[in-house]
Design a protein around this ligand. Structure first.
Ligand code: ADP
Ligand code: MG
Length: 461
């Protein structure tokens, strides 16, 4: 087969498997792959590193075999994954502007006195054992596992991002807990971004900079939660930059979580966001219904409670926001059943959950409805058609515009938007929003149209 043929086949395969994996998996794993050869029943696929290799072997091999056949590669039955590091791979030790305070590091670790204040801050509940893996958090989980096994070596930093309540803190702390379990001498430190900021600020006020530095630069594993809150805090960012570099230079593991990718955090210095992107960036999204059921079952087991499958399914399907709320819903149901000594019937559960609608969600829901009404009025199309399956141009337009506004004005997530607008897939919503965004840049009349719609909406509110 010529190189061109191989490349065409591989492109077709990648397109076919695209929807099965999250964008981060596509970016970090698939983007760096190529089809090197096809000989008999064996296809050889080049991958960037050992992690990608084991990930693909575990989760994608069968699917790739099927799609290779479909794309005309012949009767493939086996894939050999070959590691071929790309030349642009992390240039680890060559960060130019690094300033490491020499005194702290030439001291060597053993001469530094143990700092009693250096508790790890970890919650022992957050372990890998209690973390359920599904298709929407698989990359993050696999990367976290790899980091726990060889901290400081493979992915540094590991950057986990995703919406609230989707398991970022849990997974990050699972790494810390596992490292300490294996080697209690390892110094793991978990801090929220706020804690870091506050301690930094009070270290300046109390002239305790050295103490601060000693605390933060003498650790093996540094876990920083919700880094987005560092936005706009210049002094803290500066200090964090040096902390990061000091740790990174000496191969200490850093894990960061955030609600967005580094480049989307507003008012975050470029030099920080580029460092955050040096290791692995993995996303965490809302797990599908089966995974949510598995999570609920695990939580029930933890509590020693046995709920019928039909009820577990019902709860899993009624909560589609995040796992924290899923747990909340379970607690609500259990408390309700307990307080009324009721048998867990579906009817009882439904009743119990009816109350489980947060005011915030209510407000958002009514705004969403308002927005939908305005869009429909504007385009003169009935809402049920906009939500419905038909794909005529006159319906597609308001549908996409509505999706765009739900995203930008109400901050709804893609899965929620997809679901609200006729039970569509999150990728459909994502596609619609991107399309409108692009068009607004290109066409002044679209920009104007959206501007007017927004004005109507805010005038109605
Ligand atoms: P985030 O930091 O992303 O806001 P958390 O890590 O605090 O989310 O998770 C919220 C709750 O959901 C926690 O109680 C956590 O244990 C639970 N949780 C999240 N993801 C999972 C998972 N995959 N398996 C089991 N529990 C999970
Ligand atoms: Mg968190």
């Amino acid at each position: 087969m010529t190189e061109e043929q191989l490349s065409t086949i591989w492109k077709a395969v990648l397109t076919a498997v695209k929807d099965e994996f999250t964008p981060a998996v596509q970016r970090t794993i698939f983007k760096q792959t190529n089809l090197r050869s096809v000989e008999g029943a064996t296809a050889e696929v080049g991958v960037e590193n050992a992690f990608a290799k084991s990930f693909l072997q575990k989760y994608a091999e069968d699917m790739l075999v099927t799609h290779l056949q479909k794309a005309g590669a012949g009767e493939i039955s086996l894939i050999r994954f070959v590691i071929q590091p790309s030349s642009v791979h992390r240039e680890k030790k060559t960060i130019s502007s690094v300033r490491v305070e020499p005194a702290l590091f030439t001291q060597g670790r053993s001469t530094i006195e143990p700092n009693p204040a250096l508790a790890s801050n970890l919650n022992p509940k957050y372990t890998f054992g209690s973390f359920i893996v599904g298709n929407r958090n698989r990359l993050a989980h696999a990367a976290a596992k790899a980091v726990a096994e060889t901290p400081g070596k493979l992915y540094n930093p590991l950057y986990l991002y995703g919406g609230v309540g989707l398991g970022k803190t849990h997974l990050m702390q699972a790494v810390g807990n596992e490292i300490i379990a294996k080697d209690p001498n390892k110094k793991v430190l978990y801090v929220s971004c706020e804690t870091f900021t506050n301690e930094f600020v009070s270290s300046i006020q109390g002239a305790k900079r050295d103490e601060f530095k000693k605390k933060y630069r003498n650790i093996d594993v540094f876990l920083v939660d919700d880094i987005q809150f560092m936005a706009g805090k210049e002094g803290t960012q500066e200090e964090f930059f040096h902390t990061f570099n000091a740790l990174y230079q000496s191969d200490r593991q850093i894990i960061i979580t955030s609600d967005k990718v580094p480049s989307e955090i507003k008012d975050l210095e470029e030099r920080l966001s580029s460092r955050f992107s040096m290791g692995m960036i993995a996303d965490m999204q809302l797990p599908d219904s089966e995974t949510r059921q598995a999570i609920l079952k695990a939580k029930c087991q933890e509590k020693g409670i046995n709920l019928p499958d039909s009820i577990v399914t019902y709860i899993a399907e009624s909560v589609e926001t995040n796992i924290r709320e899923l747990e909340g819903a379970l607690t609500t149901v259990l408390l309700d059943l307990h307080s009324r000594h009721a048998q867990p019937s579906l009817e009882e559960v439904r009743r119990a959950l009816r109350a489980f609608v947060t005011p915030e969600k209510m407000a958002r829901k009514s705004s969403a409805l308002q927005l939908a009404e305005i869009v429909c009025e504007f385009y003169g199309t009935p809402l049920e058609d906009v939500k419905g399956p038909r794909r005529q141009k006159e319906l597609v337009r308001p549908r996409q515009v509505l999706m765009y506004l739900l995203k930008h004005e109400l901050g709804m997530t893609f899965p929620t938007i997809g679901r609200e607008i006729g039970g569509r897939d999150h990728t459909t919503a994502m596609h619609a929003v991107t399309k409108i965004e692009k068009e607004m840049k290109r066409l002044p009349e679209t920009l104007d149209e959206l501007q007017r719609l927004k004005e109507y909406f805010y005038a109605h509110k």
